[in-house]
Design a binder for this molecule. Structure first.
Ligand SMILES: Cc1cc2nc3c(=O)[nH]c(=O)nc-3n(C[C@H](O)[C@H](O)[C@H](O)COP(=O)(O)O)c2cc1C
Length: 248
Protein backbone atom coordinates (compact mmCIF):
# COMPACT_ATOMS: atom_id res chain seq x y z
CA UNK A 1 0.00 0.00 0.00
CA UNK A 2 1.19 3.57 -0.61
CA UNK A 3 2.67 5.68 2.17
CA UNK A 4 -0.33 7.24 3.89
CA UNK A 5 -2.66 4.42 4.73
CA UNK A 6 -0.16 1.64 5.32
CA UNK A 7 1.38 3.49 8.23
CA UNK A 8 -1.80 5.09 9.54
CA UNK A 9 -4.19 2.13 9.57
CA UNK A 10 -4.27 -0.46 12.32
CA UNK A 11 -3.22 -3.99 11.35
CA UNK A 12 -6.07 -6.18 10.07
CA UNK A 13 -6.84 -9.27 12.10
CA UNK A 14 -7.75 -11.14 8.90
CA UNK A 15 -6.86 -10.98 5.22
CA UNK A 16 -9.24 -9.30 2.79
CA UNK A 17 -10.80 -12.43 1.27
CA UNK A 18 -11.07 -14.22 4.57
CA UNK A 19 -12.79 -11.14 5.96
CA UNK A 20 -15.26 -11.10 3.06
CA UNK A 21 -16.33 -14.70 3.62
CA UNK A 22 -16.49 -14.43 7.43
CA UNK A 23 -18.38 -11.18 7.83
CA UNK A 24 -21.58 -12.61 9.27
CA UNK A 25 -24.46 -10.68 10.75
CA UNK A 26 -23.56 -10.06 14.40
CA UNK A 27 -26.56 -9.36 16.63
CA UNK A 28 -25.21 -10.08 20.11
CA UNK A 29 -22.69 -7.66 21.60
CA UNK A 30 -20.58 -7.51 24.67
CA UNK A 31 -21.49 -4.72 27.03
CA UNK A 32 -18.50 -2.55 26.15
CA UNK A 33 -18.14 0.67 24.18
CA UNK A 34 -16.49 0.82 20.77
CA UNK A 35 -13.37 2.96 21.22
CA UNK A 36 -12.96 6.13 19.15
CA UNK A 37 -9.95 4.77 17.25
CA UNK A 38 -12.04 1.80 16.09
CA UNK A 39 -14.88 4.12 15.08
CA UNK A 40 -12.36 6.28 13.23
CA UNK A 41 -11.09 3.36 11.16
CA UNK A 42 -14.54 1.93 10.50
CA UNK A 43 -15.93 5.27 9.38
CA UNK A 44 -12.77 6.01 7.40
CA UNK A 45 -13.45 2.80 5.47
CA UNK A 46 -17.05 3.92 4.96
CA UNK A 47 -15.99 7.26 3.57
CA UNK A 48 -13.58 5.55 1.13
CA UNK A 49 -16.43 3.67 -0.58
CA UNK A 50 -17.18 4.13 -4.27
CA UNK A 51 -20.18 6.16 -5.46
CA UNK A 52 -21.55 7.26 -8.82
CA UNK A 53 -19.19 9.85 -10.40
CA UNK A 54 -17.38 9.83 -7.06
CA UNK A 55 -19.96 12.36 -5.83
CA UNK A 56 -19.74 10.91 -2.32
CA UNK A 57 -23.36 11.64 -1.43
CA UNK A 58 -23.04 9.50 1.69
CA UNK A 59 -23.24 10.91 5.20
CA UNK A 60 -23.09 8.89 8.43
CA UNK A 61 -24.77 9.72 11.72
CA UNK A 62 -22.92 7.81 14.43
CA UNK A 63 -24.79 7.25 17.68
CA UNK A 64 -22.93 6.06 20.77
CA UNK A 65 -23.96 7.36 24.21
CA UNK A 66 -24.82 11.03 23.80
CA UNK A 67 -28.27 12.40 24.57
CA UNK A 68 -29.43 12.13 20.97
CA UNK A 69 -27.97 8.65 20.71
CA UNK A 70 -29.83 7.35 23.73
CA UNK A 71 -33.13 8.71 22.48
CA UNK A 72 -32.52 7.44 18.94
CA UNK A 73 -31.69 3.97 20.25
CA UNK A 74 -34.94 4.00 22.22
CA UNK A 75 -36.94 5.02 19.17
CA UNK A 76 -35.40 2.40 16.91
CA UNK A 77 -35.73 -0.24 19.63
CA UNK A 78 -39.46 0.32 19.63
CA UNK A 79 -39.59 -0.04 15.87
CA UNK A 80 -37.33 -3.14 15.99
CA UNK A 81 -39.68 -4.90 18.39
CA UNK A 82 -42.66 -4.14 16.20
CA UNK A 83 -40.88 -5.36 13.04
CA UNK A 84 -39.75 -8.56 14.73
CA UNK A 85 -43.15 -9.32 16.26
CA UNK A 86 -44.75 -8.92 12.82
CA UNK A 87 -42.09 -11.07 11.13
CA UNK A 88 -42.29 -13.73 13.83
CA UNK A 89 -45.97 -14.14 13.08
CA UNK A 90 -45.83 -13.76 9.30
CA UNK A 91 -42.91 -16.15 8.81
CA UNK A 92 -44.20 -18.76 11.25
CA UNK A 93 -41.28 -18.72 13.69
CA UNK A 94 -43.60 -20.15 16.34
CA UNK A 95 -44.67 -23.08 14.15
CA UNK A 96 -43.23 -26.19 12.51
CA UNK A 97 -39.50 -26.55 13.09
CA UNK A 98 -39.65 -23.29 15.04
CA UNK A 99 -41.03 -25.38 17.90
CA UNK A 100 -37.95 -27.64 17.98
CA UNK A 101 -35.58 -26.02 20.39
CA UNK A 102 -32.42 -26.71 18.41
CA UNK A 103 -33.69 -26.08 14.87
CA UNK A 104 -32.07 -23.23 12.87
CA UNK A 105 -35.45 -21.47 12.89
CA UNK A 106 -35.77 -21.61 16.69
CA UNK A 107 -32.18 -20.48 17.16
CA UNK A 108 -32.71 -17.58 14.78
CA UNK A 109 -35.87 -16.61 16.64
CA UNK A 110 -34.01 -16.58 19.96
CA UNK A 111 -31.20 -14.47 18.51
CA UNK A 112 -33.65 -11.99 17.05
CA UNK A 113 -35.68 -11.78 20.25
CA UNK A 114 -32.53 -11.16 22.26
CA UNK A 115 -31.41 -8.55 19.73
CA UNK A 116 -34.61 -6.52 19.81
CA UNK A 117 -35.10 -6.90 23.59
CA UNK A 118 -31.64 -5.40 24.19
CA UNK A 119 -31.58 -2.94 21.36
CA UNK A 120 -31.17 0.13 23.60
CA UNK A 121 -27.88 -1.36 24.83
CA UNK A 122 -26.35 -1.78 21.37
CA UNK A 123 -22.94 -0.04 21.67
CA UNK A 124 -23.12 1.85 18.37
CA UNK A 125 -25.78 2.68 15.81
CA UNK A 126 -24.88 4.17 12.48
CA UNK A 127 -27.42 5.76 10.17
CA UNK A 128 -25.89 5.84 6.68
CA UNK A 129 -27.68 8.49 4.64
CA UNK A 130 -27.65 9.40 0.97
CA UNK A 131 -27.91 13.07 0.04
CA UNK A 132 -30.30 12.98 -2.88
CA UNK A 133 -29.20 15.18 -5.74
CA UNK A 134 -31.81 13.90 -8.22
CA UNK A 135 -35.06 11.95 -8.33
CA UNK A 136 -34.89 8.55 -6.60
CA UNK A 137 -33.70 5.94 -9.10
CA UNK A 138 -32.89 2.22 -8.96
CA UNK A 139 -29.10 2.80 -8.96
CA UNK A 140 -28.96 5.20 -6.03
CA UNK A 141 -28.50 2.47 -3.45
CA UNK A 142 -25.23 1.76 -5.25
CA UNK A 143 -23.86 5.00 -3.86
CA UNK A 144 -24.54 4.13 -0.23
CA UNK A 145 -24.62 0.34 0.25
CA UNK A 146 -20.98 -0.26 -0.68
CA UNK A 147 -20.15 2.14 2.18
CA UNK A 148 -22.40 0.07 4.47
CA UNK A 149 -20.53 -3.10 3.57
CA UNK A 150 -17.22 -1.31 4.09
CA UNK A 151 -18.39 -0.53 7.63
CA UNK A 152 -19.11 -4.19 8.32
CA UNK A 153 -15.87 -5.36 6.71
CA UNK A 154 -13.72 -2.83 8.53
CA UNK A 155 -15.41 -3.76 11.80
CA UNK A 156 -14.64 -7.41 11.05
CA UNK A 157 -11.01 -6.53 10.36
CA UNK A 158 -10.74 -5.09 13.87
CA UNK A 159 -12.59 -7.89 15.66
CA UNK A 160 -15.94 -6.10 15.80
CA UNK A 161 -19.22 -6.99 14.12
CA UNK A 162 -22.58 -5.63 13.17
CA UNK A 163 -25.66 -5.98 11.06
CA UNK A 164 -27.63 -3.83 8.70
CA UNK A 165 -31.34 -3.43 9.41
CA UNK A 166 -34.20 -1.37 8.06
CA UNK A 167 -35.67 -0.60 11.46
CA UNK A 168 -35.31 3.18 11.33
CA UNK A 169 -38.16 3.18 8.84
CA UNK A 170 -40.82 2.63 11.51
CA UNK A 171 -39.82 5.83 13.34
CA UNK A 172 -38.25 7.86 10.58
CA UNK A 173 -40.12 11.13 11.13
CA UNK A 174 -39.26 11.15 14.86
CA UNK A 175 -35.63 10.32 14.12
CA UNK A 176 -35.33 13.17 11.63
CA UNK A 177 -36.74 15.58 14.20
CA UNK A 178 -34.53 14.28 16.96
CA UNK A 179 -31.27 14.24 15.00
CA UNK A 180 -31.90 17.10 12.56
CA UNK A 181 -31.62 14.87 9.49
CA UNK A 182 -32.76 16.97 6.52
CA UNK A 183 -35.45 15.85 4.08
CA UNK A 184 -32.95 15.48 1.22
CA UNK A 185 -30.94 12.91 3.18
CA UNK A 186 -32.42 9.46 2.59
CA UNK A 187 -31.77 7.20 5.58
CA UNK A 188 -30.62 4.01 3.86
CA UNK A 189 -30.17 1.68 6.84
CA UNK A 190 -29.61 1.27 10.55
CA UNK A 191 -26.31 -0.48 11.27
CA UNK A 192 -25.56 -1.81 14.74
CA UNK A 193 -21.96 -2.38 15.82
CA UNK A 194 -20.15 -3.82 18.79
CA UNK A 195 -17.75 -6.43 20.07
CA UNK A 196 -19.38 -9.81 19.27
CA UNK A 197 -20.52 -12.09 22.09
CA UNK A 198 -19.92 -15.08 19.83
CA UNK A 199 -17.19 -15.85 17.37
CA UNK A 200 -16.68 -14.93 13.75
CA UNK A 201 -17.09 -17.69 11.22
CA UNK A 202 -17.87 -18.45 7.59
CA UNK A 203 -21.10 -17.14 6.09
CA UNK A 204 -23.39 -19.79 4.66
CA UNK A 205 -24.95 -19.26 1.26
CA UNK A 206 -26.21 -21.34 -1.64
CA UNK A 207 -23.56 -23.14 -3.72
CA UNK A 208 -22.11 -20.68 -6.22
CA UNK A 209 -23.07 -23.02 -9.06
CA UNK A 210 -26.70 -22.07 -8.39
CA UNK A 211 -25.96 -18.38 -8.46
CA UNK A 212 -23.39 -17.85 -11.21
CA UNK A 213 -24.01 -18.31 -14.94
CA UNK A 214 -21.64 -18.12 -17.85
CA UNK A 215 -22.43 -16.89 -21.33
CA UNK A 216 -26.17 -17.12 -20.91
CA UNK A 217 -28.76 -17.04 -18.12
CA UNK A 218 -28.97 -20.45 -16.53
CA UNK A 219 -25.76 -21.85 -18.08
CA UNK A 220 -23.52 -23.41 -15.46
CA UNK A 221 -19.94 -22.15 -15.41
CA UNK A 222 -17.53 -25.10 -15.06
CA UNK A 223 -15.20 -23.04 -12.87
CA UNK A 224 -18.00 -21.92 -10.51
CA UNK A 225 -17.19 -24.43 -7.79
CA UNK A 226 -17.06 -23.53 -4.09
CA UNK A 227 -13.73 -24.09 -2.35
CA UNK A 228 -13.57 -27.38 -0.44
CA UNK A 229 -15.19 -27.14 2.96
CA UNK A 230 -17.62 -24.37 2.00
CA UNK A 231 -20.75 -24.49 4.15
CA UNK A 232 -24.09 -23.96 2.48
CA UNK A 233 -27.60 -22.95 3.36
CA UNK A 234 -30.81 -22.92 1.43
CA UNK A 235 -32.42 -20.48 3.86
CA UNK A 236 -34.56 -17.86 2.20
CA UNK A 237 -37.63 -17.83 0.02
CA UNK A 238 -38.52 -20.82 -2.18
CA UNK A 239 -36.86 -21.05 -5.59
CA UNK A 240 -37.65 -23.01 -8.75
CA UNK A 241 -35.19 -25.63 -7.49
CA UNK A 242 -37.34 -26.38 -4.47
CA UNK A 243 -38.85 -25.07 -1.27
CA UNK A 244 -36.91 -23.18 1.32
CA UNK A 245 -35.50 -25.58 3.85
CA UNK A 246 -32.99 -26.00 6.57
CA UNK A 247 -29.27 -26.01 6.11
CA UNK A 248 -27.77 -28.10 3.35
C1 LIG B 1 -30.80 -5.15 2.73
C2 LIG B 1 -30.65 -5.90 4.03
C3 LIG B 1 -31.60 -5.75 5.01
C4 LIG B 1 -31.49 -6.42 6.22
N1 LIG B 1 -32.42 -6.20 7.20
C5 LIG B 1 -32.27 -6.80 8.41
C6 LIG B 1 -33.16 -6.50 9.47
O1 LIG B 1 -34.08 -5.69 9.33
N2 LIG B 1 -32.95 -7.11 10.67
C7 LIG B 1 -31.91 -7.98 10.86
O2 LIG B 1 -31.76 -8.49 11.98
N3 LIG B 1 -31.04 -8.28 9.87
C8 LIG B 1 -31.20 -7.71 8.64
N4 LIG B 1 -30.30 -7.97 7.64
C9 LIG B 1 -29.22 -8.97 7.85
C10 LIG B 1 -29.53 -10.26 7.09
O3 LIG B 1 -30.57 -10.93 7.72
C11 LIG B 1 -28.25 -11.11 7.03
O4 LIG B 1 -27.25 -10.41 6.37
C12 LIG B 1 -28.51 -12.42 6.31
O5 LIG B 1 -29.46 -13.19 6.99
C13 LIG B 1 -27.24 -13.22 6.18
O6 LIG B 1 -26.75 -13.51 7.44
P1 LIG B 1 -25.23 -13.88 7.66
O7 LIG B 1 -24.45 -12.77 6.99
O8 LIG B 1 -25.04 -13.96 9.12
O9 LIG B 1 -24.99 -15.15 6.96
C14 LIG B 1 -30.39 -7.29 6.43
C15 LIG B 1 -29.40 -7.43 5.45
C16 LIG B 1 -29.52 -6.72 4.27
C17 LIG B 1 -28.40 -6.86 3.25
Amino acid sequence: MDGLAAAALPADSVGLLEGVVTTRAVRRYRDEPVPPDVLRTVLFAATRAPSGSNRQPFRFVVLTDGRGAKKAKGLIARSAREFWAAKHGADGYGQGSGLEEDSPKARMARTMQQFVDNFEAVPVLILPCLLRYREPNPMEGGSIYPACQNILLAARALGYGGVMTGWHSGVEADLRDLLGIPAEAWIAATITLGRPEGSHGPVRRRPMGELVFEDRWGNAAPWAVDPPGTRHTSAGPPTAAGPSGGDL
